[in-house]
Design a protein around this ligand. Structure first.
Ligand code: SAM
Length: 218
């Protein structure tokens, strides 16, 4: 089970700062149309965690049209943009889970996920908030149970504190994953994927170089 030092509660914003009025009834009706229900045996799945404004989900859906992208995010302002982009791009292979990734993982008892993306998880840099960080060895091991053979987890962060924390988590589960880009850690995300999310741009504008970790299930 999860270490008592860490929490699976979801912290952070549900609404943006702008307090722009949102018709929640319309929002939930649209969410319902694209709502993630469950993992079926026939499909291949990509789990996209903490999608913010949904850039990664749109990118993955286009890159892997034959897979289903499960986009997990509780930030309503971000999900509204994602839903607009799904409709404008006529994308059929995204399912949205408006909430915590732990709820999605809760009901899975088999290996059914082909890829996990976690781009710029909240770093919670203050020591007193460290237990809110999503990437822990317990979380990685939980994902391991639900990943198919040889499947990968891709994690991006621009926080030096989080890099150290993630390295420590990877080390603790070295029997579960191969860190495949270990010798290429100086490459940038753009060397792998042509994608810019809001938090990627924030990092670049502040001259912080994001790191990408690619872990493959052993
Ligand atoms: C810093 S933002 C990054 C957004 C986006 N991936 C990007 O690169 O711009 C992190 C997002 O993760 C979401 N998040 C944090 N913990 C989560 C969890 N347990 N399940 C689902 N989403 C989560 C937050 O709501 C937040 O929107």
């Amino acid at each position: 089970m999860f270490s008592s030092h860490y929490t699976n509660r979801l912290f952070g914003r549900t609404r943006g700062r702008s307090k722009k009025k949102i018709n929640l009834k319309n929002y939930y009706e649209t969410v319902d149309k694209y709502k993630f229900q469950n993992f079926d045996e026939k499909s291949e799945y990509i789990l996209d965690v903490g999608t913010g404004y949904g850039e990664t989900s749109i990118f993955l859906a286009k890159q892997f049209p034959y897979r289903v992208v499960v986009s997990c995010e509780k930030y309503i302002d971000g999900n509204i943009i994602l839903l607009k982009n799904i409709e404008n791009n006529k994308i059929k292979n995204i399912r949205l889970y408006n909430g915590n990734v732990y709820d999605v993982l809760e009901g899975i008892s088999r290996e059914c996920i082909n890829l996990v993306w976690i781009f710029f998880p909240d770093p919670w840099p203050k020591n007193r908030h460290a237990k809110r960080r999503l990437i822990t060895s317990d979380f990685l091991i939980k994902l391991h149970k639900n990943l198919k053979e040889n499947s990968e987890i891709h994690i991006a962060t621009d926080s030096f504190i989080y890099v150290r924390f993630i390295l420590n988590s990877i080390y603790k589960c070295k029997d579960y994953f191969n860190w495949v880009n270990q010798s290429e850690i100086n490459l940038s995300i753009k060397d792998y994927f042509d994608i810019e999310t809001k938090y990627y741009k924030k990092a670049i504008n502040s001259q912080r170089k994001p790191s990408l970790f690619i872990l493959r299930k052993l």
